[in-house]
Design a protein around this ligand. Structure first.
Ligand code: PRX
Length: 653
């Protein structure tokens, strides 16, 4: 990776400041920096104190065992995550409190109390056991956003099975690859899920994924959409039939704090997704603590994180973090603009949602749809707003603050990653004065830093690489099956520090300003996509010889994908072929990875040693300055690429 500091120097200089209002502060869980000061003195003692809030079957003997790059948190401690999210609340007044308030896209509704959820989870845990799932086995989950999704996660946690959730926007091929990588014998799905008035045929996609995958022994199918789906005798089972037969109580497994809780695949800089492996004890303590303090979560709140549980945000901040805190979580199945662009605001008003956590791409879409939609509704129940997934432009931040938050709600811009498991850089809403566009400061106990290529801290307001200096409880344990790649990707770029892959600068007040990825991973509508993955998908098409994929700025999605493709000899460009190639990417990875623009070209610009000049293409396509060209073997290359781009673009997509 070669990126000059010039290219990541930030030009943003925001002076505007928003201190927490006196009204918010008065009731906030934390009003001053005591947590931060406390944690800075002794981070391990701080996390140990946070961990004491939970139910442990056996206490830990050591808070942290750090053998770089492998961290073990709460060594010797034993616990069960489902007990902490469910059983723990049954003894007190939360027993009959709503855990999940759900609305389906067609408008159907369900409410599950903590006791209801406990019952569902226990039965489903017994269903999994009945199908032969044992502690340590991997269970794949491909479900729509229905209450059965958290039920499935918690049931795995109860019996010590490791879940691997796959987002509904991934294709059959992607499911197959992930099931093979995880050696998973069982998949949980539904006949279909509702999205923008249509039905996504999930079971059909699963059938295609596992058609020749002998490893799969069982498919559990929840009936959601009423689709007529073929059920293969002996392999496929209806969720409701198994549940009707299952015993009502399942004793929780006593898991080691260091046992894995789940794997979640995410894109990296190669063609192969990475199986991010998270722990049991450290993960629980990290996500539960951040949920409580970042969202100032109280028993009376109705908290809504609009992410899909197919992504890490849903794992940490719909399921584990909020339920470990005994919160009431709102969950919605469908699209934000169905049947009209006021759907979110109608639900905020109707259910009196108090905390809303969403993504910049959604905020920009709402801005574009127009103020009339939020204005149709009374949003005064909201008291706190959050954002995650990509840098938020100050204009969108201000719109969110004013139009949705009525100028009254603090905004928490939370920076983190699939790998970090928990929020690492964020305001504390009763404490931190926010600046639009900045994720502000590290959470108590977290040491973040911006460094140069040599790992040395850069002066304030100078761009560099964001690294984390010390282990934190919810950090990834490793990459599933691949500790070497874990070491190489995260711990070898800057010695002894966790390399995030993000560019950032720290301003004169110690505030962090995130500036996007500095590697070949891009963020499309909050979905993380590796350009190499899309390139591999394109090259797997029989007519494609070579491909280069880069990101370019997009007004709503943040970035969109642009692909340049060279065909094998004997094939010629046509509109039909362009469409075929887009369809091919849809089949190999899924709809989320289809390039918006696809150009078929005679050749790709390369260095003298034959490497495609992706960085130059990317910079020119994004309209960024090129920065340091000394690393290019031929500085004239920039002009060459510029000329090439003009020619290619002229041919249309
Ligand atoms: O580039 C950063 C961006 O999203 C990346 C992580 O993506 P993923 O693992 O899919 O997780 C997304 C949800 C946690 C980061 O490397 N990112 C995430 N949050 C922010 C952000 N960039 C700027 N500001 C944020 N608040």
């Amino acid at each position: 990776m070669v990126v000059s500091s010039a290219t990541i120097d930030s030009l943003l200089k925001e002076k505007e400041q928003y201190p927490p209002s006196a009204a918010f502060r008065k009731k906030a869980l934390t009003k001053d920096d005591a947590l931060g000061r406390d944690a800075a003195k002794d981070p391990e003692a701080f996390w140990a104190r946070m961990a004491k809030d939970f139910t442990w079957i056996a206490p830990w003997s050591k808070v942290l065992e750090w053998t770089p790059p492998f961290a073990k948190w709460f060594v010797g401690g034993r616990l069960n995550v489902s007990v902490n999210c469910l059983d723990r609340h049954l003894a007190g007044p939360r027993r009959n409190k709503a855990a999940i308030v759900w609305e389906g896209e067609p408008g159907d509704r369900r409410v599950l109390t903590y006791h209801d959820l406990w019952r569902e989870v226990n039965r489903f845990a017994n269903v999994l056991k009945g199908l032969g799932v044992k502690r340590g086995d991997r269970v794949t989950i491909y479900l729509p956003m229905i209450p059965e999704l958290p039920v499935a996660l918690l049931a795995c946690a109860r019996i010590g099975a490791i879940h691997s959730v796959i987002f509904g926007g991934f294709s059959a091929r992607a499911i197959r690859d992930r099931m093979e990588d995880a050696e998973s014998h069982l998949i949980i799905t539904a006949d279909g899920g509702n999205r923008r008035g249509a039905v996504l045929p999930l079971k059909k996609i699963v059938d295609e994924a596992i058609a020749d995958l002998d490893l799969v022994q069982h498919v559990v199918v929840f009936r959601r959409a009423g689709l007529d789906v073929p059920m293969r005798e002996g392999r496929d089972h209806w969720w409701h039939e198994l549940m009707a037969e299952a015993l009502p109580v399942c004793e929780p497994e006593a898991m080691e704090a260091t046992d894995p809780l789940f794997i979640l695949y995410t894109s990296g800089t190669t063609g192969k997704p990475k199986g991010i492996q998270h722990s049991t004890g450290g993960y629980l303590v990290g996500v539960a603590t951040t949920t409580k303090y970042v969202f100032d979560l109280k028993d009376e709140d109705l908290y809504w994180c609009t992410a899909d549980i197919g992504w890490v945000t849903g794992h940490s901040y719909i399921v584990y973090g909020p339920l470990a805190n005994g919160a009431t979580v709102f969950m919605y199945e469908g699209a934000p603009d169905w049947p009209e662009p006021d759907r979110f605001w109608r639900m905020v008003e109707e259910y009196q949602i108090t905390i809303l956590y969403t993504a910049p791409t959604a905020i920009r879409a709402f801005m574009r749809w127009g103020d009339e939609f939020p204005k149709r509704h009374d949003l005064s129940s909201l008291r706190l707003l959050g954002t995650v997934g990509e840098p938020i432009n100050p204009e969108a931040w201000r719109w969110y603050q004013k139009t949705i938050g009525g100028g009254r709600c603090p905004i928490v811009d939370t920076w983190w990653q699939t790998e970090t498991g928990m929020i690492l850089i964020t305001p504390l809403p009763g404490v931190t004065t926010t600046k639009p566009g900045s994720a502000t400061r590290p959470f108590p106990g977290i040491e973040a830093e911006v460094v140069d290529e040599n790992g040395l801290p850069v002066p304030s307001n100078k761009g560099g690489y964001l690294v984390i200096r010390k282990p934190w409880p919810a950090m990834l344990q490793t990459l599933y099956h691949d500790p070497e790649r874990y070491q190489k990707v995260y711990w070898s770029q800057v010695a002894g520090k966790y390399f995030t892959g993000d560019g950032a600068r720290v301003d004169e007040d110690g505030y962090f300003w995130l500036m996007g990825r500095i590697d070949d991973v891009i963020n499309v509508a909050g979905h993380r996509i590796g350009t190499m993955e899309v390139e591999s998908a394109l090259v797997s098409h029989e007519k494609v010889a070579e491909a280069a994929v880069v990101g370019k700025p997009h007004p709503i999605k943040g970035q969109s994908l642009v692909a340049y493709v060279v065909l094998k000899r004997g094939h010629t460009r046509s509109d039909g072929l362009t469409k075929d190639l887009q369809k091919h990417v849809r089949e190999v990875i899924g709809p989320i990875a289809v390039p918006d623009d696809l150009y078929i070209t005679e050749k790709l610009p390369k260095t003298r040693s034959g490497k495609i000049m992706r960085r130059v293409i990317r910079s020119l396509v994004s309209g960024q300055e090129i920065g340091d060209t000394t690393t290019l073997e031929d500085p004239g290359a920039v002009d060459e690429v510029r000329k090439w781009l003009a020619e290619v673009q002229g041919t249309g997509s």
